[in-house]
Design a protein around this ligand. Structure first.
Ligand code: CO
Length: 206
């Protein structure tokens, strides 16, 4: 029942105040997160929880399969605010293995509107068809596509005018691609970091 959430909330707020009477006053006066997290909507990958961050420490945008669409006003508004007003130092694109969105994109059948949303993943799969087919196990192919998509979203993000302008004015902002494993709860850096000093991803190793 949703009422249990209200009960949990009252308990949580009381515990916070008991531990630190100034907690909510401080948080309500200032928001200064150092991180923008772009993650999947999947209920098992909550940014604050898996990264061990407190309220106020991470600005969050989540959508199905953590995609960066150039025309997504929601994501672009979040990105602009995070970069230009909050001045975050790091943007983290975090996907996860076993992503239902990536899996749906790989399947041939229709799922509805979400198939339009997932088009970039099908494009990535087509562009890397040979490398993906080298994996005989479907699970391994799915994991490889999850990683490829995260790298691609990092690159797509780096080409937005918001990021280009930030780098042009000397903002030390960096973009990172991470993947989360549902099976062990660990985050892994995909080493595809981009910044003003290294704004382009290296060519793929063949
Ligand atoms: Co997902």
């Amino acid at each position: 029942m949703p009422e249990t959430l209200l009960d949990k909330n009252r308990k949580w707020a009381a515990e916070r105040v008991a531990a630190d009477p100034d907690y909510f006053r401080r948080l309500s006066e200032l928001q200064a997160p150092r991180f923008l997290w772009i993650g999947c909507s999947d209920s098992r990958v909550p940014a604050n929880v898996i990264a061990g961050l407190e309220p106020g420490e991470v600005f969050v945008h989540r959508n199905v399969a953590n995609l960066v669409h150039h025309s997504d006003l929601n994501l672009l508004s979040v990105l602009e605010y995070a970069v230009e007003v909050l001045g975050v130092a790091h943007v983290i694109v975090c996907g996860h293995y076993g992503c239902g969105g990536v899996k749906a994109a790989m399947e041939g059948c229709a799922h509805g509107v979400v198939d339009h949303w997932l088009q970039p993943i099908r494009d990535i799969a087509d562009a890397h068809a040979a490398a993906l087919e080298a994996h005989t196990e479907e699970a391994a192919r799915l994991s490889a596509l999850c990683e490829l998509s995260i790298r691609e979203q990092v690159a797509t993000l780096s080409r937005t005018p918001i990021i280009r302008n930030a780098w042009a004015r000397g903002d030390p902002l960096a973009i990172h691609g991470w993947v989360y494993s549902l099976s062990d709860g660990l985050l892994r850096d995909l080493d595809c970091r981009l910044s003003a000093a290294h704004p382009h991803r290296p060519p793929p190793v063949s």
